[in-house]
Design a protein around this ligand. Sequence first.
Ligand code: SAH
Length: 438
Amino acid sequence: MKKEVVISSYSENLKGLFEINKNKYEVNGVIPGEKVLVDIDKKIKLINVLKKSDKRVKVNCPIYDLCGGCTLQHIDYKEQLNIKTKWLENLFLKAFNKHFNIPLVLGMKEPFNYRNKNQMVLKKEKNKLIGGMYQEGTHNVIDHNNCLIQDEVINKVEEQIKKLIIDFKYSIYDEDKKVGLFRHVLVKRSQATKEILVVLITTSLDFPGKNNFVKAITKLNKEITSIVQNVNNRKTSAVLGDKEVVLYGPGFIFDILLGKKFKITSKSFYQINSLQTEVLYSEAIKLADLKKTDTVLDAYAGVGTIGLIVANNVKKVLSVEIVKDAVKNGIDNAKYNKINNVVFVNDDATKYINNLAANNQKLDVIIMDPPRSGSTVDFLNAVKRIKPRKIVYVSCNPVTQVEDLKQLLSMYNIKHIQGVDMFPHTSHVENIVLLEIK
Ligand code: SAH
């Protein structure tokens, strides 16, 4: 059934809300104030915009409807930042029953081509090799290598490798029959060093013509400095398997953040928008207001980036991370940057901070950056026993962040809130909160 409706506001996940007979619905691709025609049969779908908002801009991505990644691409970028800022304001107002003055979310000057990593999924369809991304919520593959938020060089390399796979007549993994060689191609690129890492994800280690295939890839672009093969014969949709061999180069690339070098491997967690990561970290470090005498905990540290960046400004950093490989990368990163006052610990952050509290370890500042699920009550209770002067809480999911903050308010004040747009055109919001002891 088609219906004409007026969009009233944004929903909690930044879709457009409208009402029919007091029932609330949400739909993608619209802006509050717009009059639109929607199909409300099964999945609610936008058919047509009848009265356009002046915040609407032309969408240049041909697969915008299918992919489901850039749900805000139809909105003027400045307005996207306004929307994300208001979203944060509402979230904090609801959580704490108090209005916080939140400055505008920090955006990008050029909010396209920012992603430093992409995985191209491959599929044989009607005897033709296609490669690109999954259609939202499905396992249908969209044949597309021109993602607008992706590094343009990554797009190009992926398209070229797709052509090479066709030339070499390699078989493609069939998800239903569980047969075939090539599954994915993962490409990472540093805009700072220009180095490119190519990861070929296959179901078996050996395949015919491997040496020539690798040689052909190196000829595509001289900035491809590493090629790694990852063997994944699991029957699940996880991209990477455990076994890996380096086919060319050192097997990793370097990126530079705020003057420090970081090693990026196929598996290491690394922020996908390097330019904005510098903005995010600079803001977090500014708020932390560190002293040369400080001992700092970098909790949920990934490959140690934040801790290593602040290391020269403080006495000592304790860096805790649960993924063993990431910790190993962190230790290497410390060596590359000649930093020797960071202690890397491979542990669950909650377990580790409880040990610190039990041993009466003094911490002056905690910088924490947990995964989307947030931290734990146990972690936060240990923080309250240790009583650091400041806590800088960086979050990729402010919804869990506010829940965690509630645990700390008996002892800490929220001094500053600052969002950073790490993922322009998507509905994701990254947020930093500074807490100071009462
Ligand atoms: N601060 C880093 C990483 C942030 S992502 C950066 O900016 O790059 C969150 C990190 O928390 C991931 O590396 C993840 O592996 C780690 N993590 C998840 N659960 C954890 C836990 N219970 N204890 C310690 N680290 C954890």
